[in-house]
Design a protein. Sequence first.
Length: 317
Amino acid sequence: MVGSGTTNLTASSWTAVDLPRTWTFTREQLRFEIDSAGAIAEYSESNNAVTVFTDAISAGFWVEQSLYDHFHRHQHKLNDGANGWEDWAQRHVDRWNAIFANSVYPVDAPNGVLDRIRLDKITIVPDGALPLAGGYASNNPDNRDTSVDLVWGFATSLLNGGGYSDFTSRSDSNPFYFEGSLMHELGHARYLIDAYGFNVVDGASDPRVTVTHSGTPITGTPYLPRSYPWFDHVLINHDGMGGVFDGLMGSSFNVKVDRYSTAAMNLIAGRRAIGGNYNAPMNLGVFIHNLSIANRIQLLDEHPKGVKPHFSHFLVS
């Protein structure tokens, strides 16, 4: 313990407790706990402590009043110690940090995602107030605020769809417990792109494969069969939807960050937001510029010994 004391906490107000420390670039975990002896009777006794990483990327959330009140009335029914919107938000931050640590790839990211996230700012606003400075209520809660590295807004209109109506299921499929898509969207705010965008499709709305044989498209034929559950997919990359290494920027959000996005995040590990803290920032996908402009592939036919092989060159841009 590096400090202790007493202070007065008043409902619906801010109380500051300072801990003077000399800053270092070493990652430390700072834990703050109140009523550690359990002297004050509360509805929940398991939400009196929070731990943050001192070098974490900061997140700020804006939430409209009626949505905030909805969580305060019902979140405790999950029976996991949560008792309000703040506990719901902190559950996500804790889960994201665990996902980051779990995203280990021996070659590309032996230590997983290097960054951690801390919940740094919560702003409660009147119903219908978001966005405060243009944009979307979700992506751009307040475009004037640059004090945090990631932002997201929660409008009261989210209650209309019933997504926050399951008060008892502690399941990753229940947004009232864990909304995995939220971290996906904040991944965009951190400059990541959709990994499933690398999948190859041949649908009516997005015909990317235009190769034909005798005037007929080869997709859906023995030359290029479709063997995926999605009717228009002919190739699914390992980091995209349904791939072997599917993850945060693919289609699953609750286990790990996909390999491609993990490597991209580690390129800017420890850096503050530089192109915007919203979805999508001006530096969205800037890491793609590290790729070659074109790749030349040489394909060789099988040939008998002593016979010069026939080969073709393909320029892939």
